[in-house]
Design a protein around this ligand. Structure first.
Ligand code: SAM
Ligand code: SF4
Length: 434
């Protein structure tokens, strides 16, 4: 979502005469869009600004904006701790960026824009076309969270759940498609909690997927991140009915232990999670899964940890994110007794080794097979091209051309490493007949 927000911030800044540059040594404005999910990200902000300060010691100071969830959570504290920062702008206030830049251009002052007006934000954003022209683009359709997992800062930094109107979303999708987008990933902290209700007319996430599925030039639909309790049967049925919905789902479970899930306030059990997985496999046998895991959560015993390990083996996640529990100020879990660091790290290593083994095995299993790849771009300083197959696995192809960008082509996989498949374009019909 930060990638989507950064892209929108950059378009907004263009309204007042700024444009994006890769030349960090000659800038007028520096926007640092931040994440607050783990502590490390906050420290990185100060580290990055320290580097910038050094770089501009003998030059004109650029305007420095810190946007995103760190700005939301730490607002005035940040302005005090680092005077080099000119403004803090929360994730629901970044539509004000043109106004902020104009103000700072005229007069040096410290600005704090951390209101939670998500309706005003999207009203403003709707007036500015999403100019993204990538083959694969994002659209934020939902923001915020009402679930309050005991470890997580998102409900405090992004605010309550909010869904954009289907008309706005479809219009943004059509604009992107006109610009060349072939794949859209719908975004939200709880994307599948999407629910729009106006004048008694209800529009659910499954309705939105089915509407997007009808857009002619669109080839693929994805969404992230989903919460298990919102994986309703009508959404599961989309895997049968929506031709463009990809057979891959990132569905974070966090832990395989019911005791830990309860203590996290995840609102679902291991069995309920597995039942969703089985229902999805029933309607879409080739579907693959990925997840997020937190290890070393307060109270996690060896048995709880091995419940997570057994769940990983049962689902065979092809790709996942795993983290050591990181206490976040203001969240209920931060007051609980912690698992010692050594145990946390040992468990993280064991879990990650297992996840990597499964990923490598899944990739090796593709060798010799045909896979459908949406070609996204030519690789930097190479003649090879990059794309992703239906399961979101990166694929590097050696014999495609510029004109193949944006097309779905058949690729025969010849090799792989942990993250990537390597292959050659083939004529799918000829291969199938052979
Ligand atoms: N809404 C999504 C869900 O419930 O599955 C997750 C969104 S959260 C922004 C992304 C991931 O960060 C979570 O799934 C969790 O694994 C991780 N995370 C959040 N808070 C954390 C914490 N305090 N320590 C470690 N990992 C954390
Ligand atoms: Fe955070 Fe996701 Fe839980 Fe919401 S549902 S509190 S975003 S982990």
């Amino acid at each position: 979502m930060n990638e989507y927000d950064s892209q929108r911030i950059s378009t907004l800044a263009e309204k007042v005469g700024y444009y994006k540059t890769d030349n960090i040594n000659n800038i007028d404005c520096y926007v640092l869009n931040t994440c607050h999910i783990r502590e490390k990200a906050t420290e990185k902000v100060y580290h990055d600004i320290g580097r910038l300060k050094k770089n501009y010691r003998n030059k004109k100071k650029p305007i420095v904006l810190v946007t995103g969830c760190v700005a939301q959570a730490e607002n005035n504290e940040m302005l005090k701790r680092e005077p080099y920062i000119d403004a803090v702008v929360g994730p629901q206030s970044y539509h004000n960026v043109p106004k902020i830049l104009s103000k700072l251009h005229k007069k040096k002052e410290k600005l704090n824009f951390t209101n939670f007006d998500v309706v005003e934000k999207f009203d403003e954003l709707n007036k500015v076309k999403n100019l993204d022209s990538k083959v694969s683009s994002f659209i934020t359709i939902q923001e915020g969270c009402d679930k309050f997992c005991n470890f997580c800062v998102v409900p405090y930094t992004r605010g309550p759940e909010y869904s954009r109107s289907p008309e706005e979303v479809i219009k943004e999708a059509k604009d992107l498609i006109l610009n060349g987008t072939k794949e859209i990933t719908l975004l939200g902290q709880n994307v599948n909690a999407y629910f729009y209700n106006e004048k008694e007319k209800v529009f659910k996430f499954s309705n939105l997927i089915m509407s997007l599925d009808k857009l002619k030039e669109l080839k693929r639909i994805r969404y992230t991140t989903s919460h298990p309790i919102d994986m309703t049967d009508d959404l599961i049925d989309c895997y049968k009915n929506a031709k463009k919905l990809m057979p891959f789902l990132h569905l974070p479970v966090q832990s395989g232990s019911n005791k830990i899930l309860k203590s996290m306030n995840r609102k679902h059990s291991r069995e309920e999670y597995l039942s969703i997985i089985h229902k999805l496999i029933k309607v879409k046998p080739d579907i693959k899964f990925s997840s997020d895991f937190i290890v070393g959560y307060p109270g996690e015993t060896e048995k709880d940890f091995y419940d997570t390990i057994s769940l990983v083996k049962e689902v065979n996640f092809i790709n996942s994110f795993s983290f050591v529990y990181n206490p976040r100020p203001g969240t209920p879990a931060s007051n609980l007794e912690r698992v010692d660091r050594e145990t946390q790290m040992r468990r993280l290593t064991e879990l990650q080794n297992l996840l990597v083994d499964i990923q490598i095995k899944a990739n090796k299993n593709e060798i010799g097979k045909l896979t459908e790849v949406l070609i996204e771009n030519r690789m930097k300083k190479q003649t090879k091209y990059f794309g992703r197959n239906e399961n979101l696995t990166p694929v590097v192809i050696n014999n495609v051309r510029e004109k193949d960008i944006g097309k779905i082509i058949g690729v025969k996989i010849q090799d792989c490493n942990r993250n990537t498949l390597f292959g050659t374009k083939v004529n799918m019909e000829r291969e199938a007949a052979a």
